[in-house]
Design a protein around this ligand. Structure first.
Ligand SMILES: CC(C)(COP(=O)(O)OP(=O)(O)OC[C@H]1O[C@@H](n2cnc3c(N)ncnc32)[C@H](O)[C@@H]1OP(=O)(O)O)[C@@H](O)C(=O)NCCC(=O)NCCS
Length: 141
């Protein structure tokens, strides 16, 4: 059973490590060392962090920026992907939101784009960072 809950402060380092492992496994448009736990934690400073547990392990993390209903981060550990953990974290984000959810996804991230499309997100803008194009996505209200 997947349990989504508010993360404990003492779990933040482990959740950052989980996020970095997911990025290094999937985000091949930058070299592995580009993705760093300290950067993840600094970027997440304004977020509410949620953890997903599955089979007694940390399986996923959601970083939710409540003032903008913005999914700042959503990562599932490589060994737990495609088992509903991302969907469970997204369901929690929906429950927290006071308006349409939005997020950014790197354009080459076809797996995440398919995931968000499956849950009704649509393109709402574009940009570029560090030479990589990104898409702004917004949930259909
Ligand atoms: C993208 C990610 C968040 C999805 O979470 P997940 O737990 O693996 O996905 P779920 O099991 O909840 O998938 C739900 C549905 O989304 C779609 N989906 C998920 N991953 C997909 C993929 N790789 N390709 C196509 N569709 C996908 C499917 O419709 C899936 O349902 P199905 O498995 O019954 O076909 C997760 O794989 C992940 O962390 N990836 C690496 C990091 C990342 O890209 N994070 C998002 C940054 S914006």
């Amino acid at each position: 059973m997947i349990v989504v809950r508010r993360a404990l402060v003492q779990e933040h380092a482990a959740l950052a490590a989980l996020a970095v492992a997911a990025m290094r496994a999937s985000f091949h448009w930058h070299p592995p060392e580009h993705w760093r736990a300290d950067v993840f934690l600094a970027d997440a400073a304004g977020d509410d962090l949620y953890a997903a547990d599955l089979e007694g392990a940390l399986a996923g993390v959601l970083g939710f920026y409540a003032p903008e209903n913005f999914i700042h981060s959503l990562f599932v550990a490589p060994g737990f992907q495609r088992r509903g953990v991302g969907a469970a974290l997204l369901t929690r984000a929906r429950a927290l939101a006071t308006g349409p959810l939005s997020l950014k996804v790197d354009e080459p991230n076809l797996a995440a784009r398919a995931f968000y499309a499956r849950f009704g997100f649509e393109e709402a803008g574009r940009g570029e960072a560090n030479g990589v194009p990104w898409l702004a996505l917004r949930a259909r209200s």
